[in-house]
Design a protein around this ligand. Structure first.
Ligand SMILES: Cc1cc2nc3c(=O)[nH]c(=O)nc-3n(C[C@H](O)[C@H](O)[C@H](O)COP(=O)(O)OP(=O)(O)OC[C@H]3O[C@@H](n4cnc5c(N)ncnc54)[C@H](O)[C@@H]3O)c2cc1C
Ligand SMILES: NC(=O)c1ccc[n+]([C@@H]2O[C@H](COP(=O)([O-])OP(=O)(O)OC[C@H]3O[C@@H](n4cnc5c(N)ncnc54)[C@H](OP(=O)(O)O)[C@@H]3O)[C@@H](O)[C@H]2O)c1
Length: 291
């Protein structure tokens, strides 16, 4: 016969003479930082554990953050959360984020100091428009980014569906300075030895990627805003592709507001129509940050 172990209630077992256990602040949705990499004094990336229940589509964003300072009146702490694109692909067992460091930014002034083993808050409700479902089938996918707008594309570039759905993927990344391109360049370089993509798509997948980095305020092999380089035709001749058409081309845009608006207008001029999750079309757009 199996001996039954009595179920004990630790609270009930306390005698009235014992001091109450210290009250722990319940912080739901915490994840543990597993890796931090700094690129410049304004940019870093980090990885953290992934909740087992979190499902997301490559390209989506979530709310992440830290506990805020205690309210001087009540002493209560509230989570300080901001929108962040998930930079890792949907199949990855961890999560990756690529972040700005705003010197006086409420969140990033502190977030930039996180270290391995620290906890961050992650609200597991992924949303976003930069997803394959929001685009109609096409031949060539353009991913247009400025600054940290590269983050959702870091996810999509590591997603097998990107290579299953398109013959060619062109990623443009415009930053002020050369050092701000490092994260994106490293991700693209790492694709060459990505075992999952090679296994699922085959050796040839790498030849589908065209990387077009440009800088605007520091000398580099290709200077200028991508919008200007497209308007002059230089970007198309460099890449050896024709101007975008709704028949063959699909696009995703993620950058600052002025960039998004300028590029939207250009794509509409080429005849492309904006899509959404519920109404897939030729291009989609998302802000890399609120201005
Ligand atoms: C849909 C969405 C997705 C986002 N994804 C990311 C992401 O993947 N990585 C990321 O770093 N940020 C991302 N952001 C911005 C992010 O939500 C915060 O604004 C950022 O972390 C700064 O937070 P903060 O509290 O320090 O400063 P905030 O008070 O939020 O911002 C202060 C100022 O800093 C500037 N700023 C904020 N974010 C950026 C940025 N990313 N690049 C350049 N300047 C910026 C703006 O001028 C802003 O007014 C995203 C925003 C949105 C709306
Ligand atoms: N990056 C830095 O070193 C730095 C330093 C101090 C403060 N800041 C502040 O941080 C904020 C964000 O800076 P950020 O550099 O991360 O992002 P950003 O200002 O959005 O610039 C990123 C890139 O996008 C380009 N761009 C801007 N508008 C465009 C448009 N309409 N069309 C095409 N390209 C466009 C910029 O070119 P241009 O250079 O031609 O604008 C730059 O190469 C700004 O408010 C800035 O004042 C940044």
């Amino acid at each position: 016969m199996t001996e039954m172990t009595p179920v004990t209630d630790a609270t009930a077992a306390q005698t009235p003479t014992q001091p109450p256990a210290p009250r722990k602040i319940a912080v739901p949705d915490t994840q543990t930082v597993t890796q931090v990499t700094h690129y410049t004094d304004r940019l870093f990336s980090f990885r953290c554990t992934r909740p087992a229940s979190l499902r997301f589509r490559s390209g989506e964003f979530v709310m992440i953050g830290l506990m805020g300072d205690p309210d001087p009146k009540t002493g209560k702490q509230k989570p300080l959360l901001r929108a962040y694109s998930i930079a890792s692909p949907s199949w990855d067992e961890e999560l990756e984020f690529y972040s700005i460091k705003v010197p006086d930014g409420p969140l990033t002034a502190r977030l930039q100091h996180i270290a391995v083993g620290d906890q961050i808050i992650l609200r597991p409700k992924p949303v976003g428009t930069l997803v394959h479902d929001a685009l109609l089938p096409g031949k060539r996918l353009w991913l247009f980014a400025t600054g940290t707008g590269f983050a959702p594309f870091s996810s999509l570039l590591r997603e097998p569906q990107t290579y299953e759905d398109y013959d060619e993927i062109i990623i443009t990344h415009t930053c002020r300075e050369v050092g701000e391109l490092t994260y994106g360049r490293d991700i693209i370089e790492s694709l060459k030895t990505d075992e999952l993509l090679t296994e699922v798509i085959g050796d040839g997948f790498w030849s589908k990627i065209r990387y077009y980095p440009t800088t605007t305020r520091e000398e580099s092999p290709k200077m200028g805003r991508i919008t200007d380089l497209m308007r002059s035709g230089e970007a198309f001749s460099d890449l050896g592709v024709p101007v975008l058409t709704p028949e063959t081309d699909r696009a995703m845009i993620c950058g600052n507001l002025a960039f998004n608006l300028e590029l939207k207008e250009m794509l509409e001029g080429y005849g492309l129509v904006e899509g959404a999750n519920s109404d897939p079309k030729h291009y989609v757009v998302e802000k890399a940050f609120l201005d």
